[in-house]
Design a protein around this ligand. Structure first.
Ligand SMILES: Nc1nc2c(c(=O)[nH]1)N[C@H]1C(S)=C(S)[C@@H](COP(=O)(O)OP(=O)(O)OC[C@H]3O[C@@H](n4cnc5c(=O)[nH]c(N)nc54)[C@H](O)[C@@H]3O)O[C@H]1N2
Ligand SMILES: Nc1nc2c(c(=O)[nH]1)N[C@H]1C(S)=C(S)[C@@H](COP(=O)(O)OP(=O)(O)OC[C@H]3O[C@@H](n4cnc5c(=O)[nH]c(N)nc54)[C@H](O)[C@@H]3O)O[C@H]1N2
Ligand SMILES: [Mo]
Length: 683
């Protein structure tokens, strides 16, 4: 998303969003959401006063900030005294600036003393992050500046529809193709992105491990593996070679549905390019085996000798506005700032010193996002939740069950700028400032830290997240200083990150300004930053990248006689995430007014479903009713529903919360469903 970075304000409410040519990641391009994002500043139901309900069944009513904050801290204090510090939980978001993400993690650990904090990035890039950490010793989206892509000879993009989800990014791929490079897209749907590719592989959802293993099998068979690189820069190849030996082309075609000649073509394009990239996005990550799935594409990249070679490599495409920075500063359940592990004694000692607390007083690791949400209000689970920057009633898997857990809480507090579906269920709603009304830093998909300046003052009655956190921390008697100034918070973040994997200690606001952004790790003010971190060595103990073998298994929930069709979910151009923001913008709701089920005419014909008719889609967890959209661009065995809407078309009523064992990512991208035409109500 680019809307946060490109706002240049003209004052008052007449904010215009203008593209900037000096931010290379964007090339001055903006997606449709960006052009109209300014409207969000003036949506009619913008929250401008705190709201509170007296009892669970009473309506939300306006109140003062003091009343709202007193209620939160009194109730949190009571629950803590009764049930211990883990009774209060925190949930953050990848849309928060680095400063806010950092402060939220610190607030949870030392103001509330709770281990129970996680964030929506767990639903986003956690599988690729885990796989990258495992293979490279570090997780940073792209291996180098995004402009490297334009000079690439071949890019394989697995599970990303960037033409709709990152339109400005698409330009780098277009430039690459104009320069003679080849784009290979792996997606069960012939998306807008796949249509612009030289080669489209269309596997069944959930079969990417088999496909990546099959491609690697062919790389080896055709003598395209870079044996010299493998020997010099990696470990573990033999185990992977043994596993992929079992993925001969005919077998992989049977599992994935991808014809053998297309696999051979993909391998030739990749293997013959002097520079190449393997990229994954959510389609090849949001699976109960998402870490192994991203990992099997990393294996492919390693066998081709790409990571650590300038202008080549593996990358994971970032999602939210601060998807990269949001996962570095400690809002993850197992993490401290600087991408440190919370169970590492040295990391605890360092961060505790910066925070002025005893390391023994820092809580340990907490529950991952879905596990946290499903523990709310249960025996031994948290009794209160403070939520900043997510709308899980729409975006969490198995959303009806999550909604029940939220309703079972003693206290739900939501800071937001609009009354999202989740905010409307809260006991206390805190009106927050939004992207154009505050400053801070974000870290983009290249690992480049960028500044975002305030364009307009927030409306009266609204506070920034830093102000909200500071007010709560003050009332809770938390140790240390709770600054509301992003620059000051960034100064502390730098110290907390020093020596960690994501080392920001040499990055200053002034440098970001002067240099157009600084790439982490940057351990000193005279250090140039690190645009290409793997050129000489990988940050693993032995300096080598690690191959990790993975066998294909089917989806956690495979199709059967009762639920014979695969469901996959994702995005459309004109809506963003849970839709809390974009469903309020007229131009966007006009472009994408309602949820739909995309299905193949052959499947529709068998089921008696007509184009535009309403269809009921049911899984073992729930049912939705949406309009059918027939298209030959999707596989015969798969239906696609975007997840941006609430109400009877809420895709997450259907999804399977089976979790990846390493990343704890839910299986958003595949489950089993049944479709039928909606039965007209009896007259
Ligand atoms: N317009 C818009 N842009 C956005 C967002 C938005 O909500 N709206 N959200 C932002 C965020 S947070 C994110 S994370 C990114 C996400 O960006 P993307 O990853 O590009 O988005 P998705 O639509 O979730 O998934 C991409 C593709 O994965 C395919 N897919 C489904 N199942 C499988 C599978 O098993 N294997 C493979 N290989 N592919 C599969 C889907 O058909 C889909 O086309 O977009 C960001 N940009
Ligand atoms: N079925 C299915 N479900 C999915 C996915 C999928 O592909 N399929 N994708 C998953 C992914 S990748 C993601 S990232 C999640 C995203 O889903 P969510 O976590 O729900 O993200 P948003 O819809 O962006 O919700 C952010 C909320 O916080 C508010 N907000 C935004 N910025 C700020 C801020 O700075 N401060 C405060 N206080 N509030 C703010 C917004 O108004 C909005 O109400 O959805 C996940 N859910
Ligand atoms: Mo995301």
């Amino acid at each position: 998303m680019t809307l946060t970075r490109d706002a240049t304000g003209t004052g008052g409410t007449a904010v215009r969003v203008t593209p900037r040519d000096d931010v290379p990641a964007n090339r001055g391009g903006l997606c449709q959401k960006g052009w109209t994002a300014a409207e969000l500043l003036t949506v009619p139901d913008r929250l401008t006063t705190p709201l509170m309900r007296a009892r669970r069944d009473a309506p939300l009513e306006p109140c003062t900030w003091d009343e709202a904050l007193d209620r939160v801290t009194a109730e949190a204090g009571r629950l803590r005294a009764l049930h211990g510090p883990d009774a209060v939980a925190v949930f953050g978001g990848g849309g928060l600036t680095n400063e806010k993400a950092y402060q939220l993690g610190r607030f949870a650990r030392i103001a509330l003393g709770t281990s129970q904090i996680d964030y929506n990035g767990r639903f986003c890039m956690s599988s690729a992050a885990a796989a990258s950490g495992r293979a490279f010793g570090m997780d940073r989206g792209l291996p180098g500046p995004v402009t490297d892509l334009a000079a690439s000879g071949a890019v394989l993009l697995a599970g990303g529809n960037v033409a709709e989800t990152m339109p400005p990014f698409m330009r780098h791929l277009t430039e690459m193709r104009d320069g003679g490079g080849a784009l290979i897209v792996v997606d069960p749907r012939r998306t807008a992105t796949a249509r612009r590719a030289d080669l489209h592989l269309q596997p069944a959802p959930g079969t990417d491990i088999a496909l990546a293993n099959g491609l690697l099998h062919l790389v080896i068979a055709e003598g395209l593996a870079d044996e010299e690189y493998i020997a010099a820069r990696t470990t573990g190849f033999d185990a992977v070679r043994t596993v992929v030996n079992g993925y001969w082309p005919g077998r992989v075609e049977r599992i994935t549905g991808v014809p053998v000649p297309l696999m051979r073509e993909a391998v030739r394009l990749l293997g013959r390019a002097s520079r190449a990239h393997v990229l994954t996005a959510r389609g090849a990550e949001q699976h109960a085996r998402g870490t192994d799935m991203a990992g099997s594409f990393i294996n492919l990249a390693l066998a081709l000798g790409l990571p650590g070679r300038a202008g080549s490599g593996y990358g994971c495409l970032t999602g939210q506005g601060n998807g990269q920075g949001g996962r570095e500063h400690g809002q993850k359940a197992d993490q401290l700032p600087g991408y440190r592990r919370i169970d590492d004694p040295a990391a605890r000692a360092h961060v505790a010193e910066v925070w002025g607390v005893d390391p023994d007083d820092l809580p340990g690791p907490g529950r991952s996002a879905y596990e946290l949400l499903s523990a709310l209000g249960t025996e031994g689970g948290p009794r209160a939740l403070l939520l900043f920057g997510s709308n899980p009633v729409v975006s969490a898997p198995r959303a009806a069950a999550v909604q029940d857990r939220l309703d079972a809480l003693d206290l739900l507090v939501v800071a937001d700028f609009v009354p999202s579906e989740t905010a409307r269920r809260a006991d206390v709603v805190l009106p927050a400032a939004q992207w154009a009304e505050e400053s801070g830093t974000m870290t983009n998909l290249e690992g480049r830290v960028l500044r975002r300046r305030r364009a307009v003052p927030p409306p009266d009655g609204v506070r920034t997240d830093l102000e909200i956190i500071a007010a709560l921390a003050g009332r809770l008697g938390a140790p240390g200083k709770w600054s509301t100034d992003p620059a000051e918070v960034f100064g502390e973040l730098r110290r907390a990150s020093a020596g960690g994997t994501a080392d920001y200690s040499g990055i200053t606001y002034e440098r970001i300004e002067a240099e157009g952004g600084v790439f982490w790790p940057c351990p000193a003010e005279d250090h140039p930053g690190t645009p290409r971190p793997y050129l000489d060595r990988f940050p693993t103990p032995d300096g080598r990248a690690r191959f990790v073998p993975a066998e294909h298994r089917g989806a956690d929930e495979d199709v059967d006689a009762d639920y014979p069709v695969y469901l996959t979910t994702g995005r459309v151009l004109a809506q963003y995430q849970s839709g809390a923001q974009t469903r309020r913008v007229a131009a966007l709701t006009e472009a994408a007014p309602e949820p739909f089920a995309e299905l193949h005419p052959d499947l529709a014909g068998r089921l008696g479903i007509e184009d535009g008719a309403r269809v009921r889609v049911a899984s073992r967890r729930g049912a939705v009713t949406v309009r059918a959209r027939l298209t030959a661009d999707i596989r015969h065995d798969t239906v696609f529903i975007p997840f941006h809407w609430a109400g009877e078309g809420r895709a997450n009523l259907l999804t399977n919360p089976a979790l990846d064992p390493v990343s704890r990512m839910p299986e958003f991208k595949v489950c089993a469903v049944r479709l039928e035409p909606e039965v007209p109500p009896a007259a």
